[in-house]
Design a protein. Structure first.
Length: 104
């Protein structure tokens, strides 16, 4: 069983007229010890993907489809209390501050 498996993940943001699909059909699987790099242009959805994996998409955005399985548990369908139990204890993210990491 994969440590982290993302299946057909889709994230949308409502607009005044319609919706913006920020991620569509994102899938990958990571086993213990694996590494994954996500690259792309500014605005390509890298940060949205990272936030979606932890079910931290900012409102009014939402995960509209797919699964994020961490140790077999679907993070997309967990309650806020269940997510708090997992985040920071079993899975976490190191946020990057671009002003601190860019070297002029």
């Amino acid at each position: 069983m994969a440590l982290l498996e993302v299946r057909n993940l889709e994230v949308r943001f409502p607009l005044r007229r319609g919706e913006l699909t920020a991620l569509r059909d994102v899938s990958f699987s990571l086993d213990p010890g694996d590494r994954l790099g996500i690259v792309g242009e500014s605005g390509a959805g890298k940060s949205v993907a990272a936030f979606a994996i932890l079910n931290l998409v900012s409102r009014p955005g939402y995960i509209s489809a797919g699964q994020v399985l961490f140790e077999g548990e679907d993070l997309v369908n967990l309650s806020a209390a269940e997510l708090r139990r997992i985040r920071g204890n079993r899975i976490s993210m190191i946020f990057q501050d671009p002003m601190m990491t860019l070297n002029p």
